[in-house]
Design a protein around this ligand. Structure first.
Ligand SMILES: *[C@@H]1O[C@H](CO)[C@@H](O)[C@H](O)[C@H]1NC(C)=O
Ligand SMILES: *[C@@H]1O[C@H](CO)[C@@H](O)[C@H](O)[C@H]1NC(C)=O
Length: 120
């Protein structure tokens, strides 16, 4: 296992050297988050919030917690969908929600509300 990972990183390094450093190992280095598409209707957002929050811990969305404000469905859905996305491996299909999710590479955190990155 150790030997394999050493060999693999040497291989990746070699590939980078050959391609002049132009090769981007996207899935490894790029951070991604999942948010709700702004065009999604309120009923679907509520549906997406209850689905995601039946699987992940959405305590941060509750009153008195860091992501309660702004208290609206689009913001709450984005946070819930991101929690789901992060805890399921950040694959594009973990941010689908029947096409109401959007993967972004800019951290959507604001104020005291931190959008989780990584699976804690
Ligand atoms: C979310 O949408 C539902 C359904 O339209 C609405 O009843 C509810 O008040 C909304 N919640 C918030 C926090 O805006
Ligand atoms: C999420 O929202 C979409 C519509 O945007 C809806 O079709 C879907 O059933 C909702 N729930 C889940 C779990 O994807």
């Amino acid at each position: 296992m150790e030997r394999l990972s050493v060999n693999l990183s040497s291989y990746v390094l070699l590939l980078c050297l050959i391609s002049g450093g132009g090769m981007v190992v996207r899935s490894q280095s790029e951070k991604t988050w999942c948010v709700a598409k702004p065009s999604t209707d309120e009923v679907a957002l509520v549906d997406n919030i209850s689905y995601a929050c039946s699987i992940v811990d959405c305590t941060i969305l509750q009153e008195g917690h860091s992501c309660f404000y702004p208290n609206n469905n689009i913001s709450h859905a984005s946070i819930a969908m991101n929690l789901y996305f992060q805890s399921h491996g950040r694959n594009y299909w973990n941010c689908d929600f029947k096409n109401s999710g959007l993967i972004v590479s800019t951290d959507p955190s604001f104020g005291g509300c931190i959008y989780q990155f990584g699976n804690y």
